[in-house]
Design a protein around this ligand. Structure first.
Ligand SMILES: [Zn+2]
Length: 56
């Protein structure tokens, strides 16, 4: 099995990664990806349900 980040040999301690660095990188990637998708999509096309912005 190879590290999904750099495709080096996997180390059991950090499976499925080869090192803590790659494990952290993957975590950061998912974190950033999640935030990027969550914050970019509503910006692109605002759904007509933004009731919070209207004055009551
Ligand atoms: Zn790696």
């Amino acid at each position: 099995m190879a590290c999904p980040m750099c495709e080096k040999e996997t180390v059991a301690t950090y499976r499925p990664f080869c090192s803590k660095r790659c494990a952290d990188l993957d975590l950061a990637k998912w974190f950033n990806g999640t935030y990027a998708v969550a914050s970019n999509d509503p910006d692109d096309e605002v759904p007509p349900q933004a009731d919070d912005t209207k004055p009551h």
